[in-house]
Design a protein around this ligand. Structure first.
Ligand code: IMP
Length: 438
């Protein structure tokens, strides 16, 4: 069996949750390798809603091992809240020490990261990013500037206070003098970190070593990407991005696995595009077709699982999708939420942009250019509603949807390996299995 990386091929919220859930049943290890609790999956277990932001949803499959690897920024308070919510809903019966492991190298999100994220967003005159305010950016900043606190540090009370004091020296100046907030109290922070560290101890592991052992025993792995390609810190629509490498390469640096261990990369895409937060969005229709945007939002339930914000709606952008295929090395696409578009008058597909009077076929690097490019569309007829329960092969789909799929495959050069035709687990057409060896 191959190991598979799943990535968002757009701006996040592509419907990864459902695909991860399905693919989790085929893998033994499910690994999160970047981002933090800015992600969100809503799950219904025993009639109770559980929203997971940090723990892979593979936790709901009783025999799977869920790993939170070094590339994740880890908020221990959120982690324990999720464990408690899973226990109280009956989704898990015991503290899952053996099934959820957290990397000793993962960087910790501390309260001052969340505070800084919030005040920067609140006080930004222009140029707000529209972050999830979960402290993600400030935690990654500390990692890169070598001021971060890692999970292993929480377990060593003897050196932790000195490290926290060092971090607070700078943070408290920023908070009090630049942003007019209260200083963070070192003693209180230290006490809560020591307590969280002790609770965390049984979950902490050297994830890279676990993965190497799993590889030797030919265990199958699923690497679960969060957010989406266009939010990647290097390859996304900078600066309106998140602070991690959301592309498939992030699975290597974010977990310690070698490139040869990855057999397939599945890009998740919606039949249309959404974006939450600020930043350029070439095919957005909020202004041009507001009623249609509202209709798609309400049928597709396009509201953030983490913040509840309205997602902005746009037509499928094939230039951006092809870009995602390239930077991730996507070997197959999973198309979700095609049913949301059922019965529309028509569909538009963006197949090039106009920038400064020239036709361009690649994503410009500057946000300023991205904001002023004009999308060029091809118009397609939409498909009528159809009985999703009767779909056993591509040929059972309405001809218009088949044509839409063919266009996506031809333009990007990769096949659609999975089609989600409705919200239910059974409303899924698996065209080929990325885990299977060729
Ligand atoms: P941050 O990751 O909270 O710093 O937010 C940076 C940008 O990424 C903002 O535009 C967020 O709305 C966006 N973002 C972060 N996580 C997600 C996600 O899981 N889905 C969609 N957008 C996200």
């Amino acid at each position: 069996m191959k190991n598979v990386v799943i990535v968002g091929a757009q701006w996040g919220d592509e419907g990864k949750g459902k695909v991860v859930d399905l693919y989790s049943s085929k893998a033994e290890y499910i690994v999160r390798y970047q981002g933090g609790n800015n992600a969100g999956h809503t799950l219904v277990v025993n009639g109770k809603k559980t929203v997971l932001h940090l723990i892979p949803s593979g936790i709901l499959h009783p025999d799977k091992v869920c790993l939170i690897a070094n590339g994740v920024v880890f908020d221990p308070a959120v982690f324990f809240k999720e464990i408690e919510s899973l226990l109280s809903s009956g989704a898990i019966l015991n503290a899952p020490y053996e099934r959820v492991r957290v990397s000793d190298r993962a960087h910790v999100i501390l309260p001052y990261h969340c505070l800084l994220d919030a005040v920067r967003e609140a006080k930004a005159a222009g140029g707000k990013i529209g972050t999830t305010v979960r402290g993600i950016g400030p935690a990654y900043e500390d990692k890169v500037s070598r001021r971060g606190i890692r999970v292993a540090d929480l377990l060593d009370a003897s050196t932790l206070k000195m490290k926290l004091a060092h971090a607070l020296e700078e943070k408290n100046v920023l908070l009090t003098q630049l942003y007019g907030e209260h200083a963070v109290d070192l003693d209180a922070l230290y006490a809560s970190c020591v307590e969280l560290g002790e609770r965390l101890r049984p979950y902490v592991a050297d994830i890279k070593s676990l993965l190497m052992t799993a590889l030797q025993h030919r265990r199958t792995m699923l690497f679960e990407g969060a957010q989406g390609t266009l939010l990647d810190i290097d390859h996304g629509t900078y600066p309106f991005v998140t602070s991690s490498n959301t592309i498939a390469g992030g699975a290597l640096t974010g977990s310690g696995i070698g490139e040869g261990a990855i057999g397939a990369v599945v890009g998740i895409m919606k039949a249309y595009v959404t974006r939450v937060g600020a930043g350029p969005f070439p095919t957005e229709i909020e202004e041009t077709e507001p009623e249609l945007a509202e209709k798609i939002r309400s049928i597709g339930q396009e509201f953030g699982a983490t913040t509840g914000r309205k997602r902005r709606i746009g037509w499928l952008d094939l230039i951006a999708l092809k870009y995602a295929v390239e930077v991730n090395g996507i070997t197959g696409l999973a198309l979700t939420k095609a049913d949301v578009l059922n019965d529309l008058d028509h569909l538009k597909l963006c197949t090039s942009y106009t920038l400064g009077g020239n036709t361009v076929y690649d994503l410009p690097s500057r946000a300023e250019d991205l904001a002023r490019i004009e999308p060029n569309y091809e118009i397609y007829p939409c498909w009528p509603s159809y009985d999703t329960k009767k779909v056993e092969s591509k040929q059972d789909l309405p001809e218009e949807l088949q044509a839409y799929i063919r266009k996506i495959e031809e333009f990007t050069g990769v096949p659609i390996v999975l089609l989600s035709v409705g919200p239910g687990r059974e409303e899924t057409l698996e065209i080929s299995d990325p885990f299977q060896e060729d």
